[in-house]
Design a protein. Structure first.
Lengths: 380, 393, 380, 393
């Protein structure tokens, strides 16, 4: 992921290619993934449209932007993929964005590639990561699936996009950790709060599995995937929050009560200003994480935790405020607000809560702080 | 015999002659009405005994102690808001006609105030009422109408004179929900349920005898309804740790695996805020009963709404990844009371409306600032203008 | 403290006598302890006016309202004393209110009286409690002063009103706890943030002391004093916060900017509304604590912790908002706001922080909560 | 030679010929001015090289790398706000007269905008300026004037025409602070210190040549000053963990005995917010330097002010009972830079002004809402009125 698209690039400055990419994805979403489409897919069994997904991978080619060309990807950087994640988040693109694009693909890239990777990038197959995490970090102690004789047994709960064609599964082979590619397993789909982001519980009973890494290699790939996943999830959160801010500002500027636009009341205006600050902070931290992972310019764990701690809180707050500032209409099923509210709550709970990431930040920043002794406390 | 003893005796007689565990709800509540125990402060013959409102608690304790249903839960708008409004502003004949079936829950009531274009700015509503002979002909759309699909009557606020400033052109009616031209549609909310309705009024006719208060005086009548709504909220029963906070404490007890010191402090803070508000409600009740009402009552709605949201946000945080699951979004009518609030995730979603329904938190802060603290009003764009000249949208 | 003045009294309903008491104290403060007086005393060495203090005890008789008549007090209830504490807090009455009225006197009452008690009640002598607390609760393990041969040795730090004539000191006599009356000791006065509330560090070097209780009796008296102190401190916090709310509302109603009163802007109006809620919550919890301690109608520890957790946060928030809503003028030395801000910060840190009291509430409420198992969590 | 190389060469020449560690500050800064390095985007001969503003960072890195003082710290109002205002709105002669001694810190500058009656509503100010021959005669009172007691010049905004609407009757001047009729008094603040001053103007005279911009055009000139003030805040140096949050982290490190899990989470949240704002500042700078300034710059003031307060509230909570002590309230002038922020308790008190000075948080939220988000303005009571007819108080 050290390569970048176009200009080697100052952090936060999007290259013309990246700006084109954003425009192209936004236009595709406007035309092909408008809200009626999202609502139709959200009510469907699969929860997404495989043909549409294949177009995103094939025609548009935006499902593996940070995958090196020799592994079947676009050979770009993570920032490119973050731009796409933001636009997907703004449109609430249904489908295995988190499972495939943000987790499975990065895991396989970290492994140096795999035979299933090109199909995931092309969108002809979907993937998901069936790995237990503790506050967004991989914890081998939580792995309960076991391997024996090339087959897996056990259960993985609440796997995001767990109905995918290909599962990347952490399992225990004796005392060793193994990382496996699995196509089988019994998938029980769950009724999720956010019907545009599906989950399943996966049960393996002597399900055939192909080992792709073990021990430290497996752990490294999983950790890399969770980091990239956290950064891309943050970008998605930015996209959703920004869309809600735009929606709310437009409503506040046109909705009249007491003979004037409600946005002319400070109670409304100032809440919009606070939403703006949240969105701007979210954007800064999410793209910092993407740039830091791409260019190696910051501690990756710290950068991702800053982004996740900030974006999870920002998106949830902005979504709640969006309902509030729309009044009754914002509480109806017909209005867009709840679709984003449910996504915001879901994103905040996945890959580590804000509190879990703050704890990680505390470990990295506070536990290493040393008293330099110059700050004076008055003692009377 | 003093008033207190009168109430006590009447209540004891009712439960002796009508065992609430064996007679039907309607029969029992009819007996209560006839005994003057529906609203003890109402006049005799209209469901009351003409005694102090404070004595209602004594009657309710005896009745409910014997297993009586709470009529407020069965017909909340009828019992809490329609009855005092009909009594205060309706003709004696109308009160006699409407109050008993209301009290027995034979007639469920609903309230037709809010409109798509009139939320916080209720007085800006557009539903028109035009006099045609002895009837009013009503056209418009109402929204957020709980119980409309089950209601026999609706409290309707409509515009009878668009040339007047907005507060002065309103008239208040009792609408027969079964009249031609009244169409009720369920309004699905973000929980997936349809707790509310939209009501479309197309040339619906209301006899002038079902008008409450004078023509053009509807806003003052509506104030009676709304003040009773607010006091119904502020006057709810007051048990430490009850309400939304009980859910959070229970979830805390159920999920030792999810506890952290930070969440512990957060929950203690929420519990303390709930308790501070409960004590404030209690204080408001006490000072009201001694004739010196303080500012405490109006605070209840604001605080409890925001507290509910914070409590269920806490619950979702406590749940962690499980918070991302949901039961059933299929559109359902809410019938069974026990099912009403649903699982935690549903309660979380439902709580988002708490700061909107019954007065947004923004409007309530204005009320606290202006009516309690006496701060000056907002500058007004619509002051003194004829309603029809005020921009809407 | 089971006796009450006048009507046996519903909680929160002040008797006519209590209303008269409030008026009398308020009038005295208006006339004798106006802000110029407070500022003059705050700059003085002693920090208060002994003659004025003696008038509060003698002429007005409000320093020992909850002290039984047979012990030299007014024979009233704690609610009476809370009314006075509220008015003292509103006026920022300088002097040993906390040390003498809220702590030393209740401690001596809990002991069943003492020869120095009448003089403290009359205001001819002052008292203070030199007892270490942990978050507002007595912790015998923190006692470091030791007794030997009827004399104390050691140091008590940050004793509120520690320059008082009479100190009530917890000390360790061998393995036993003792509670002593001491008149000596070296007092080093501290430069406090709030110059109307003094503190001193007290050093004992074989200082003669008179034992008044030991063991469980000592502990009981100290605990009772800290509880009463917490309740009266809460009432004082209510008084200060309410005064600030009044000050701010008056300013917001008259200060003009942009050709209109600033209180007509929602940003100002809504902050005032939030201040009102804080003050009302503070008042409810403070008087509930006073009534509960007086009448034994609630767990005393819980009632006091609810009051302290609520009032400490409320007073600090209201004080900060008062500075903000006054703009620049509220940041000047000449304006009253900072006097209250400093008192608010001080009160919040004394007798246990809000966080410490929340922890106590958690122990009492959450640790005893049992899962009744009816709350459903959707599991998808 | 491209602009970047020009700047680099000029800076290297200055440090070679004027070693900042041996020559006086004034001499060194004079050399910088003469070499066009005071403000590289200013014209040649007036302290600049006429190159892009973005190149200033290159010059500063070389100069300060060699040990040069930061002129912004020595003369903040002069360097950051007066210089661009004088350049843009003053005559070439005036710029030539004033800029060099400003740049060398021979002349310290202050700003005379706020008045007791004109805080958030700056354009409502009342200080009058009346033309008398070639001089303006000025009367009024200014407040919150940092450095007034040490300043040689003040940026003065005064009302030259009370019959105009408030924004249109203002004129902008450079005031000689040593002129007769200019009296400066220290203004004691809640910390006990006097960081600011009041300035009384009694028939103080200003030659018309010291007017900046046209008569009645003062508001536009003031905008130049204020925009430079805001960009000075947004443009501060950006090191992770620096600023107020560093104090909190340091106190955390110093006081292991006072740590709790709840405070740990709180501090992590504050640190994260500070970092999010730092990154937002950084992003604003980056996008500004590529010619597409975003909304990020204007957020800095709002966030950093509220964050400072939260940080020092945290510090006080961490300190516990020690927070109730203070050092020294005796009135002192703030001279020594290292003493300026004092012990933690003093920093806490000082932070209360952060949300007032340089634009209250209320005004800033209006600015974010209206100028960045494009929301409609507040209803105005003073729109179009002659200043003298607008109620004040």
């Amino acid at each position: 992921m050290a390569e970048t698209t176009g200009t080697a690039g100052t952090e936060f400055v999007f290259s013309p290619e990246q700006q084109d990419l954003r425009r192209a994805v936004r236009q595709f979403c406007d035309e092909r993934v408008d809200e009626p489409t999202v609502r139709r897919l959200m009510e469907s069994d699969a929860g997404y449209d495989p043909a549409l997904w294949a177009r995103l991978g094939g025609e548009l080619g935006v499902l593996g932007l940070a995958v090196p060309e020799e592994l079947g990807g676009a050979g770009g950087g993570l920032v490119d993929q973050a731009v796409v994640a933001e636009e997907f988040g703004a449109a609430l693109v249904p489908g295995p964005v988190l499972g495939t694009v943000a987790l499975a693909v990065p895991a396989l890239v970290a492994l140096g590639g795999d035979e299933v990777l090109p199909s995931l990038v092309e969108g002809t197959r979907t993937g998901a990561l069936a790995v237990p995490d503790h506050g967004g970090r991989f914890d081998p102690a939580l792995v309960s699936v076991t391997e024996s004789g090339g087959a897996l047994t056990g259960e993985a709960t609440q796997v995001v996009d767990g109905a995918a064609d290909v599962l990347l599964v952490a399992a225990r082979a004796g005392r060793d950790l193994g990382f496996y590619v699995v196509q089988g397993g019994e998938r029980r789909s769950l009724s999720t709060l956010d019907r545009t982001r599906r989950q399943a519980t996966v049960r393996f009973s002597a399900t055939p599995a192909r080992l792709v890494a073990s021990g430290a290699d497996a752990e490294r790939a999983i950790t890399a995937a969770l980091r990239v996943g956290g950064a891309l999830l943050a970008a998605e959160q930015v996209g959703g929050a920004k869309r809600l801010l735009d929606l709310t500002v437009a409503y506040a500027g046109t909705r009249l009560q007491f003979g004037r636009p409600i946005g002319s009341f400070q109670a409304v205006k100032h809440r919009c200003a606070d939403m703006l600050v949240l969105v701007e902070h979210a954007r800064s931290t999410a793209y910092h994480a993407a740039w830091a992972l791409q260019d190696g310019t910051d501690d990756p764990d710290l950068a991702v935790s800053i982004a996740q701690a900030t974006c999870s809180e920002a998106y949830q707050r902005v979504a709640a405020d969006t309902v509030q500032l729309h009044g009754g209409i914002g509480f109806t099923w017909e209005h867009s607000a709840h679709l984003y509210l449910k996504r915001a709550v879901t994103d905040a709970a996945l890959l580590g809560s804000a509190a879990a990431h703050r704890e990680r930040i505390a470990e990295l920043v506070l536990d290493t702080a040393v008293a330099s002794g110059t700050l004076v406390v008055a003692t009377g | 015999m003093d008033d207190s003893a009168r109430v006590e005796k009447a209540a004891q007689q009712v439960v002796e002659t009508h065992d609430p565990r064996s007679v039907s709800t309607r029969e029992f509540l009819g007996a209560c009405f006839d005994a003057g125990l529906a609203w003890v402060h109402f006049p005799e013959g209209l469901g009351g005994l003409g005694v102090s409102r404070g004595l209602q608690a004594k009657a309710d304790a005896i009745l409910q102690g014997a297993g009586a249903p709470n009529p407020f839960f069965l017909n909340p708008i009828g019992h809490g808001m329609a009855a005092p409004t009909v009594l205060e502003h309706g003709s004696p004949e109308l009160a006699r006609e409407l109050l008993r079936p209301l009290a027995t829950t034979e007639h469920i009531w609903c309230q037709l105030f809010s409109e798509p274009g009139a939320g916080s700015d209720l007085a800006g509503l557009a539903t028109s009422a035009v006099l045609d002979g002895d009837d009013w002909v009503v056209n418009g759309q109402k929204v957020w109408t709980s119980l409309a699909h089950r209601a026999r009557y609706g409290l309707l606020l409509a515009r009878s004179d668009p040339d007047q400033p907005k507060h002065r052109g309103l008239t208040y009616f009792v609408l027969d929900m079964r009249a031609p031209g009244v169409e009720t549609r369920p309004l699905r909310q973000i929980t997936g349920q349809a707790e509310f309705n939209e009501v479309y009024l197309n040339d619906a006719r209301i006899p002038d005898t079902h008008r409450l208060g004078a023509v053009g005086n509807g806003w003052r009548v509506a104030m009676t309804t709304l003040m009773n709504e607010r006091s119904a909220i502020g006057g709810s029963s007051s048990v430490r740790g009850a309400g939304a906070i009980a859910d959070a404490v229970q979830l805390w007890a159920q999920r030792p695996d999810r506890r952290t010191p930070v969440l512990r402090d957060k929950l203690a803070a929420l519990w303390t805020r709930a308790e501070a508000q409960r004590l404030t409600d209690e204080r408001a009740r006490r000072s009201a009963s001694t004739g010196s009402p303080g500012p405490e009552g109006s605070i209840a709605k604001l605080v409890s709404a925001e507290l509910n949201q914070d409590v269920y946000e806490f619950c979702m945080e406590l749940l962690g990844p499980e918070a991302t699951l949901y039961g059933d979004y299929s559109l359902r009518d809410i019938q069974r009371h026990e099912d009403y609030r649903g699982p935690v995730q549903q309660r979380f979603l439902r709580s988002r409306a708490n700061t909107i329904e019954g007065g947004t938190s923004e409007v309530l802060r204005n009320i606290l600032g202006e009516r309690i603290l006496g701060l000056p009003g907002d500058l007004r764009a619509d002051a003194g203008k004829a309603w029809k000249e005020i921009p809407r949208g």
